[in-house]
Structure formats: C-alpha cells, structure tokens
Design a protein around this ligand. Structure first.
Ligand code: PAF
Length: 282
C-alpha cells in the first residue's frame, strides 16, 4: 500500500493510473476502521483496479467540538487493516493540506430540504462540512466509483446531491449496513461505549425492527412513539428522533401507504455517545 499525505502526490499518481486505463474505487473514511469499512474496501477491490481509501477526521463536520476531540483515532491499527485487505492507496492528509485557506468561510452548498431535517436539525452545519470535505476529496480523486455505507443514510443522499451540484461523473455505490451479532450497527463511535452500553444499544435495531414488523398495523405516530419508548426503556439518555420517512427524499410519512418505499431512521444518545441507524421497511 502506498501512503500519500499531499494532494499533489495523489493527483500525480492517479493521473498516470487513469491514463493507463485503470478504474478507480474510492472509500472515504474518518478512520477508526471496522468491518463496515472493510466491506466497502472489498466491494471496491471487486469492482475497480485501484482502491483508494482516505482517512481524515474532518473538523468542519463536527458541530460539537467535544465530539471532534473524542473521535477515536487508531491510525496504526487502521493501516494494518487496510494493508491486510489489499488496499492500494491510503490518502492521509493533514488539516492544513485539506483546508489551506483555513476552516472558516467555505463555499455554501445548496442542499435544499436535506440540510434542515433529521441530522441537519440536530447537527447544524454538519452536512455543509461533509460537502466541503467530499467536494475537495472528489475533486482530487475523481474516482470512477465511490463507496458509502447505508448506515449514514442521509449523508448518502447529501453526497449524491453534491455530486449532482458539482457534476461529478463518479458512480455512487451504497453498501448495506454491517451489524454486530447483537444487531448493533457497526460504527467507529461504538468504541467509546462500555460493554454494558453496547448491549443496551441494540435497542435501536430492535426498535427499528419493531417498526418494520408493525408498519400498517397502527397509526404511524403511535408506532414511532412506541419505538421511542423501547429505546428509552433500554437505558438511552435521549432520542433525537425515530421517524418513518419516504426512502427517496426523507420526507416524513404521515400515514402508511402500502406501496410507498419507506425507511425508519433513528438517532439517540447512550453513555453520552450519539448513535444513528436506519432500516428500509420493504
Ligand atoms: O462518513 C464518514 O466517515 C464521513 O462523514 C466522510 C464521508 C468520510 C466525510 O468526512
């Protein structure tokens, strides 16, 4: 695996690789890698000639500075894992490299309604930060294929919107969420949970499954309230939301419609750690 720390080094390498007709697959990450990331690397290796992974804990997407400070960093372990998986390139830039003009006053991306619902409501500015870094990364890597995890459902939609706004020709592949045996969605933030909290945290998946099993059997608002109660009863401190939405635009579903494609999305705090998850209801 080749490790590049500057954009110019990566650009030079990719220019030659693309000129030689090699197909590129890109897996952007913030490190603290787990099997969910590995599954994206494997998908990329199966579909592209060169797999590039980036590790960059992006400061502009953290609305809560404490969350940024506490974000797990396991770089040596990550490098070993990426090497074991046969990753071709690791891009490991500094903050200065990615934001040479500083963190303030970036471009504003017109994300429409996606900006101010769900994650956007509870994490103001988060998606602008995601767009700033993804815009920069995609402009440099210009991959044929981009691999993202479905766990960050709204983020996937935002990045698709960014790709449209910026006319990136990259094909976006969304891979299913990987789960622990317990059902807990894999996440770098799980590293901050005690064993006891990890066990309790499975309540999110249980609540999402409860919604899937009971959709159409009671009013949507009742089902959402019951799902929320289940999470709180398991020992969560706070549920930001557990909501049934239309899968294609994340608008709330007011009333169940038998043929509509829907997704249940959730964000909740346990042990001071904010976890998100979602489940397609079809
Ligand atoms: O999901 C993540 O790890 C990050 O939000 C991403 C897409 C790498 C952008 O920083």
């Amino acid at each position: 695996m080749i490790v590049f720390k500057t954009c110019q080094q990566l650009l030079n390498y990719l220019e030659k690789a693309k000129a030689a007709g090699r197909k590129t697959g890109f897996v952007p990450t913030m490190g603290a890698l787990h099997a969910g990331h590995t599954s994206l690397i494997r998908l990329s290796k199966a579909q592209a000639d060169i797999t590039i992974c980036s590790i960059f804990v992006n400061p502009t997407q953290f609305n809560d500075p404490r969350d940024y400070e506490k974000y797990p960093v396991t770089i040596e372990k990550d490098i070993l894992l990426l090497e074991t998986e046969g990753t071709d390139i690791l891009f490991l830039p500094s903050v200065q490299e990615m934001y040479p003009s500083g963190l303030q006053n970036g471009e504003h991306y017109n994300l429409g309604h996606l900006e101010n619902i769900l994650e956007g409501t509870y994490r103001p500015g988060h998606f602008q930060g995601v767009c700033r870094i993804m815009d920069r990364l995609l402009s440099i890597v210009q991959p044929h294929l981009l691999f993202l995890g479905q766990k960050d459902y709204q983020q996937c939609m935002v990045i698709k919107k960014l790709a449209q706004l910026k006319n990136f020709s990259t094909q976006i592949v969304i891979a299913p969420t990987l789960r622990e045996k317990s059902g807990l969605a894999m996440s770098s933030r799980n590293m901050r949970l005690s064993d006891e909290a990890k066990e309790k945290a499975t309540a999110i998946y249980e609540a999402l499954k409860y919604i899937k099993e009971n959709i159409g059997l009671m009013p949507v608002a009742t089902l959402e309230q019951q799902a929320k109660n289940k999470i709180m009863q398991a020992g969560f401190e706070k549920v930001d939301y557990i909501t049934i939405c239309h899968a294609n635009n994340l608008q709330p579903v007011e009333e169940w419609q038998p043929h509509a494609e829907m997704v249940a999305v959730c964000a909740a705090f346990i042990d001071g750690v904010r976890l998100i998850d979602n489940l397609l209801l079809q």
